[in-house]
Write a protein that binds this ligand. Structure first.
Ligand code: SF4
Ligand code: SF4
Length: 412
């Protein structure tokens, strides 16, 4: 364990305050799953009373990395970071799950393979194969709730977004130049988000370039595979330092948060130099462009879900809400009760712990339905997939959209 890791453990006074904020503790009521319980286990590991084992691997997999414990800890203990460090130690102990190992080391690292994977899923869905598989109920015979997990699949696009749009999206006399980090979900699944951003940039005189890029690494870092995360991060830094831009914009809260952590995770000075250019697209629209939207009258009620990774960044709670206010009267913004509670997606948590993840999501769905909204907006493609799935499971027809989709739709 490294030195900072030790220091963080020593800060915990065992007050138990984190229990009130942890979604996993809320659902399970089990002490080992909350930050305090994990810290106790880490203390025992530090003193050599216990060693890493399968049971501990299970316990440390039970965390959404939502950061609610960190945000509310009176002593500044970073519970989510401790879990990530612990997972890194588990990987060093040879305990990275074989499926994750293959996905991170043989898929995520290679854009060509990732694109081919996306194409296969597109064909699986478009050729009727998906319908056959579902009708056959074959997946019901498989372990790990595979039949249910399969229904998490969103509709894949017929190819990568980045191959459909030019490298430079030129405008006459640009007022600013940005580089757009599309993230994997916009690239392979929800192209509409990417097109919306390019449309808004063009309308506001911003030249957007879309450099060659790789997964930000968040799935690997979150699972403790720091080696893969670092490879991906360093490749991204290399690509995004080729051209001078005013800002690097993100439509995905998790990608942004990972990039903000790059200087520490990659121990890279180059990454540190880019840090002040990184910006969530909603904040960019509100604070930098100060967009004046002229929405058409549509009168749709919309509520907003705070992605965990966005709300802790600078103005990560206020900028998206300000953008929504500027969409009035096309969209009437209503705050939901549990706006900033984690949706339970947490990268691959909704696959590895499907049932618990849906349990967490059902609280959010209840809150969305109570708000009476027709649309739930967010700023993280991963949250959006989780919310769509959970709402569908409840038989709800509330639409899930990215904020930039609403902004682009409401522009004349
Ligand atoms: S992690 Fe923070 S909130 Fe939780 S028990 Fe320790 S000091 Fe208290
Ligand atoms: S990061 Fe979230 S899920 Fe994990 S221990 Fe903290 S509050 Fe609980």
């Amino acid at each position: 364990m490294d030195k900072n890791y030790f220091e963080s453990l020593d800060k915990c006074s065992r007050c138990g305050g984190c229990q009130a904020h942890c979604p996993i503790f809320y659902e399970t009521g089990k002490e080992p799953f909350v930050a305090r319980g994990k810290i106790e286990l880490l203390e025992n590991l530090r003193s050599g009373k216990i060693n890493w084992n399968d049971k501990l691997a299970d316990i440390f997999s039970m965390c959404l990395l939502c950061g609610a414990c960190t945000e509310n800890c009176p002593n500044g203990v970073q519970g989510d970071k401790l879990v990530m460090m612990a997972r890194n130690e588990l990987v060093a102990d040879g305990r990275l799950h074989i499926i994750k190992k293959n996905v991170f080391q043989h898929l995520l690292r290679y854009n060509g393979r990732l694109n081919a994977f996306g194409k296969c899923l597109y064909l699986y869905q478009k050729t009727g194969m998906q319908k056959i598989v579902r009708a056959s109920r074959l997946l019901n015979l498989m372990p790990m709730d595979l039949a249910k997990i399969e229904t998490l699949l969103p509709p894949f696009a017929d190819g990568p977004f980045r191959k459909k749009v030019p490298f430079i999206n030129r405008v006459e006399k640009p007022r600013l130049k940005v580089a757009y980090f599309t993230g994997c979900v916009t690239n392979l699944i929800n192209h509409q988000v990417g097109y919306s951003i390019l449309k808004i940039m063009k309308a506001n005189g911003v030249e957007a370039i879309i450099p060659e890029q790789f997964c930000c690494g968040v799935p690997a870092f979150a699972s403790g595979d720091f080696a893969t995360g670092k490879i991906l991060g360093m490749r991204n830094i290399k690509e995004f330092t080729q051209e001078d831009v005013d800002y690097i914009i993100f439509d995905c809260a998790s990608c942004l948060s990972t990039w903000l952590d790059y200087p520490e995770l990659l121990e890279s000075e180059e990454a540190g130099k880019l840090a002040e250019k990184l910006m969530d697209v909603n904040r960019f629209l509100v604070e930098v462009l100060d967009v004046k939207l002229t929405p058409r009258e549509m009168g749709v009620k919309v509520t907003y879900h705070d992605p965990c990774h966005l709300k802790r960044t600078k103005n990560g709670r206020t900028a998206p809400r300000e953008l929504l206010r500027r969409l009035s009267p096309a969209y009437e913004y209503v705050e939901m009760g549990l706006a900033d509670r984690c949706c339970g997606s947490a990268g691959s948590f909704n696959i590895s712990h499907y049932r618990l993840s849906q349990q967490v999501a059902s609280r959010k769905v209840k809150s969305i339905l109570e708000s009476g909204a027709d649309v739930v907006a967010s700023a993280c493609p991963s949250c959006m997939m989780q919310l769509s799935h959970a709402l569908k499971n409840e038989g709800s027809n509330v639409a899930v959209k990215h904020l930039v989709e609403l902004a682009a739709e409401s522009m004349k």
